[in-house]
Design a protein around this ligand. Sequence first.
Ligand code: PNS
Length: 163
Amino acid sequence: MRICVYPGSFDPITNGHLDIINRTVRICDKLIIAVLSNVNKDCTFSIDERVKQIRHVLKDRPEIEIDSFSGLLTEYMKKKGANIIIRGLRAVSDFEYELQMALLNKNMNPDIETLFMMTNIKYSFLSSSAIKEIARHGGDVSDLVPDYISKQLSKKFKNSVGV
Ligand code: PNS
């Protein structure tokens, strides 16, 4: 059974993430989206907000599990009986960080494989941080994130336009 975990901050989820999710479900038996809830990471949306957003966006996909985790990813995967980590790669600049993470995770648990999905070229320039930057200044992100997320961003930043 190929149980894949797609871990990330998802702060917030973007169309790039959704593209990776849609392609991953085709190659695995079960997909778990695991949202990192570590307190030392500065996120715009709380862990509850991020999980709720993903559940809302994927409400028609009951086969996909949406969960949160804290601590080590390898420990979380052991708990879930999962053996494959899915990560998206956009550009060469992602590679060094991703390679380090994959090797560290492999070192902690040799049974876990990291699979890299090359980004869809349409989304190769997308990142949650860039989207927040645009939204914070009142820019239009409606073609980069689902409608629900676009509204959530407007709500979050409604008092900070121009800041
Ligand atoms: O979306 P992100 O922020 O690039 O995701 C990073 C994530 C959540 C995959 C990574 O920070 C992670 O796995 N954190 C859990 C802690 C851990 O296991 N670290 C060891 C690997 S470096």
